[in-house]
Design a protein around this ligand. Sequence first.
Ligand code: UDP
Length: 300
Amino acid sequence: MIKVVTIVGARPQFIKASAVSRVIRDLHGGSVEEFIVHTGQHYDENMSKVFFDELDIPAPFLNLGIGGGGHGAMTGRMLISIEEVLLSVKPDWVLIYGDTNSTLAGALAASKLNIPVAHVEAGLRSFNMRMPEEINRILSDRVSTLLFCPTDAAVKNLFREGLTTGVTNVGDVMYDVALYYKARAQSQSTIQKRLGLQNDFALVTCHRAENTDDPNRLRSIMIALSEIAERIPVVFPVHPRTRKLVNDYGLAMYLDRLIICDPLPFLDMIALEQESRMILTDSGGVQKEAFFYGIKKLIF
Ligand code: UDP
């Protein structure tokens, strides 16, 4: 029996893990035992629990409850707790996803204990070291044994950094998820009706630190969205950190012209994506889904 500890903590990781955990459960006939460890990085019910329920992800073996705080404090606390978990579970592998602080903490804790790390979504690069995600990606890839890349471009990025062994293009796990849930979202989601939407609308997400943390930049985005909303209804499921900063910076009035809602469960989100006329986003996952579903998109 191979023991795998999977580290997740943020919304996109739950979505990605749903595809791989299903395969671990279904295809390996019990030869792989998975222990899902949730760091607690995303803790609101609509950013976390709803995904476990809706996407049939096994309940986490442990929730470390580490959310909030600065990057250093959060990553450090995760490192301490994940190391304790790994020492007690003694897994053969640690599985990490994407590019969050939970990814990096999992990679560091495991590699320092000489436990091999498998990284799903390895090799992605923005070539912008000011993005916290870029630092997490580069460092996590450097200490990973198996690097599961979504594209040939990601493989090439790793080769340029001298990482050539254990590197495979396995295809994009987000594409697997987008295809797997596409029809179910169309048939089950009632979100368009609940929001009172006709067919013509734009869908927005915004949560990247580069866009939200600078008040002037966030103001520009909010003004642009309220101008677009004069022409076409704009639906905006607001990420908790964006909502907080919009309020802190006194920008809440710009939301008045938009159709705002809390972060959506995944099936509602991809149902809206498929029906929208265009998608405006700074999300890595949402821009990919827009491409998969053939929707026009603008990335900011
Ligand atoms: N998502 C969701 N509900 C929302 C907004 C996004 O289910 O209200 C999904 C979206 O469909 C995509 C993923 O969350 O699969 C993207 O996550 P996020 O934008 O938080 O992170 P990123 O992809 O930028 O790392």
